[in-house]
Design a protein around this ligand. Structure first.
Ligand SMILES: NC(=O)c1ccc[n+]([C@@H]2O[C@H](COP(=O)([O-])OP(=O)(O)OC[C@H]3O[C@@H](n4cnc5c(N)ncnc54)[C@H](OP(=O)(O)O)[C@@H]3O)[C@@H](O)[C@H]2O)c1
Length: 253
């Protein structure tokens, strides 16, 4: 089967919602033991229920608590064995004009979207943590890493910086059989971010305009999750340092 994760131990941040949740379900279906990380325990337990009897753990944790990342990863290794894969899907988006933004809002967005990705990858790169077979790391970036919208400077910057980090890590960690890639989605119709935009900040004409930009229409979180499963699997063993854009053709213009 293409994209088998049989016997692999996969850590997923942002697993309580959206892309992370879809990744948890798809990784589990592909045979992985998944370790779910997010803050909201009730939502994590709902995802856990979707995974049935498959081996998995639920970890209520704020990824901005950098000092807790290594102990958390180590506790997973102690109980379930070394790590084969990691998806960083935890992320926040703040729409604010530059002149109205603050240093604190910029830094706090970075600490979720970017610094946490780095800290988990740093931990997983250690030999005592990563599987002897190697490991695959996937950062969920965004189409906004290669194009932009106004009032998204912090978000666009945090996502573009993931691409640079992934390329450098890919070169450095290849000899340890660790692959590092980014997946950059466009808007998905079933995501909370999209719902928030539909309900809040965008007018109907702006929503219609947004949809027109997608030759294949808006995507779904499962479209992204399936790519993540592939990148985590041994079928992707020659893919590293890449940014896979999944945006229904938006950025092809
Ligand atoms: N939705 C889109 O259209 C879209 C497009 C391009 C890229 N992306 C990117 O894809 C990723 C996932 O987006 P999504 O649509 O799935 O968003 P979402 O439904 O809002 O989910 C975000 C996840 O991040 C977790 N999270 C946020 N802050 C956290 C923190 N401090 N500690 C731990 N977990 C935290 C949330 O869990 P808790 O609240 O339970 O902690 C939740 O599980 C994000 O990085 C986003 O930038 C999304």
């Amino acid at each position: 089967m293409l994209g088998s994760l049989e016997g692999k131990n996969i850590i997923i941040t942002g697993a309580s919602s959206g892309i992370g949740k879809a990744c948890a379900v798809e990784c589990s279906k592909a045979g992985a033991q998944v370790h779910l990380i997010a803050r909201n325990l009730d939502k994590l337990n709902e995802v856990s229920a979707m995974l049935g009897d498959s081996v998995h753990t639920v970890n209520s944790f704020d990824v901005t608590h950098s000092e807790g990342i290594e102990p958390l990863v180590k506790s997973i290794v102690d109980t379930h064995g070394k790590i084969d894969g990691f998806i960083h899907s935890a992320g926040i988006q703040i729409t604010v004009p530059v002149r109205a933004s603050t240093r604190d809002s910029y830094v706090s967005l970075y600490s979720v979207n970017n610094v946490a990705a780095y800290e988990f990858a740093r931990s997983i790169s250690r030999n005592k943590i990563k599987s002897s077979r190697g490991a695959s790391i996937v950062f969920i970036s965004s189409m906004m890493s290669i194009v932009a919208n106004p009032a998204l400077a912090a978000y666009c910057s945090s996502k573009a910086a993931l691409l640079g980090a992934a390329r450098s890590m890919a070169l450095e960690l290849a000899k340890q059989k660790i692959r590092v890639n980014c997946v950059s989605p466009g808007f998905m119709s079933d995501s909370k971010m999209m719902r928030d935009d539909l309900q809040g900040s965008l007018s109907q004409s702006e929503i219609d305009e947004l949809k027109k930009g997608y030759p294949l229409g808006l995507g779904e979180t499962i479209d992204v999750a399936k790519m993540c499963v592939y990148l985590l699997s041994d079928d992707a063993k020659w893919i590293t340092g890449q940014n896979i854009v999944i945006d229904g053709g938006y950025s092809a213009r």
